[in-house]
Design a protein. Structure first.
Length: 367
């Protein structure tokens, strides 16, 4: 039996550690809970998760109460800790089976002490090796291979008002808007993108043998070669096509699908797929030029788009969300635009403190 090379998903670009000597295999301590910044560098959440996993595994069911309690405190201290620990555990499950492939074999077993305590120590050394591999591969930025094959996964995430551009191995270009997150996984049979939140513009290289699929919640968009934009909000997925054709699918029951051609857009919600609408190409992806263009767009949609570029808090009452707005908004003029809304729409805008805005229907004037 042969295995193709395997690696673990990259999650950071720097590492912390103690010294440069050989790695000890007798015990790994959990990360300290009350270490001040001046005493030592604060480790990355994933590095901490590796150490906690090893500390818990080395004692198994005999984990001391104080370590278990400290672990639970660490886990609940930050949502990122729980996500990092779950990710670390999944990565561990990928690598651990390899100990039966790359561990001592029958021909070389005489070189090792593998009976009784020796076997336990050897397996513990392998476990420490996995932990070191996780930390090292994270540092080097190595990308995951799904099922030890050629499926590579990487993550692109942006903060508010941040944009990123990815150029993939086949020449496909992905522009990621602010406050967005997606995962790229290229496999032998298909090219898969998981849009977890936000908005991205795709310019897909043609490859008839490997369809390009974007998954976004209950929706999937399948193409061979085209340019299109996908926006994922809490309650809907929007697709607009600039070039070529895409097939938009609702992947949960009842399953639905529609073929969308260039110059058209559609919304997908829990209720189904909405009507196909014409869309001007010059209004799609304008955020790459630091400007947003709206043509009778619902005000709620406008506020969501502005929130990706605005570091403060924007709120809108549901009663005002359906009001149509036509506007061209520069990123630098977001606050000016918000303050001017009452001049064009029957709304009131409250601005109680800096960086906080609340839009709601204006009270009816007394006659």
């Amino acid at each position: 039996m042969s295995f193709e090379p395997c690696a673990v998903a990259a999650r950071r670009s720097t590492t912390t550690g103690e010294g440069t000597g050989p790695l000890r295999v007798d015990r790994i301590e959990p990360p300290p809970m009350n270490q001040s910044p001046k005493d030592a560098p604060v480790p990355d959440a994933y590095d901490e998760a590796v150490r906690w996993l090893m500390a818990l595994r080395q004692t198994s069911s005999r984990t001391p109460a104080d370590i278990r309690q400290a672990f639970e405190q660490w886990l609940s201290a930050d949502p990122e800790h729980r996500r990092a620990f779950e990710t670390c555990r999944r990565d561990w499950e990928i690598l651990e089976p390899l100990q039966d492939v790359y561990g001592p074999c029958r021909e070389t077993s005489h070189l090792y002490s593998i009976s009784g305590a020796g076997r336990t120590k050897l397996r513990w050394a392998w476990s420490v090796g996995i932990a070191a591999t996780l930390a090292a591969l994270v540092t080097l930025g190595v990308i995951a291979m799904e099922r030890f094959g050629t499926a590579m996964e990487t993550v692109a995430a942006t903060q508010v008002a941040e944009q990123k551009t990815l150029t993939l191995e086949d020449g496909t270009r992905i522009d990621v808007n602010g406050r967005s997150r997606l995962r790229v996984r290229y496999q032998r049979a298909q090219r898969m993108i998981q849009l977890d939140e936000g908005e991205a513009l795709f310019d897909v290289a043609t490859d008839a043998g490997r369809p390009f699929v974007v998954q976004a919640g209950i929706g999937a968009i399948r193409v061979v070669g085209t340019a299109f934009q996908v926006t994922r909000d809490e309650s809907r997925i929007s697709v607009a096509v600039l070039r070529g054709q895409v097939r938009v699918e609702r992947t949960t029951a009842p399953t639905l699908q529609v073929l969308l051609s260039a110059g058209h857009a559609v919304n997908l919600t829990a209720e189904g797929i909405g009507p196909i609408q014409a869309v001007a190409a010059d209004t799609v992806g304008t955020w790459k030029k630091q400007v947003l263009v709206f043509d009778r767009a619902p005000l709620g949609e406008v506020i969501r788009a502005l929130q990706r570029q605005y570091r403060g808090t924007l709120r809108i009452d549901p009663a005002a969300a359906s009001l149509p707005l036509t506007a061209v908004i520069q990123f630098a003029d977001i606050e000016t635009t918000l303050a001017a809304l009452p001049k064009t729409l029957p709304v009131a805008v409250e601005h109680p403190v800096a960086d906080h805005w609340h839009v709601h229907l204006a009270a009816k004037q007394e006659r």
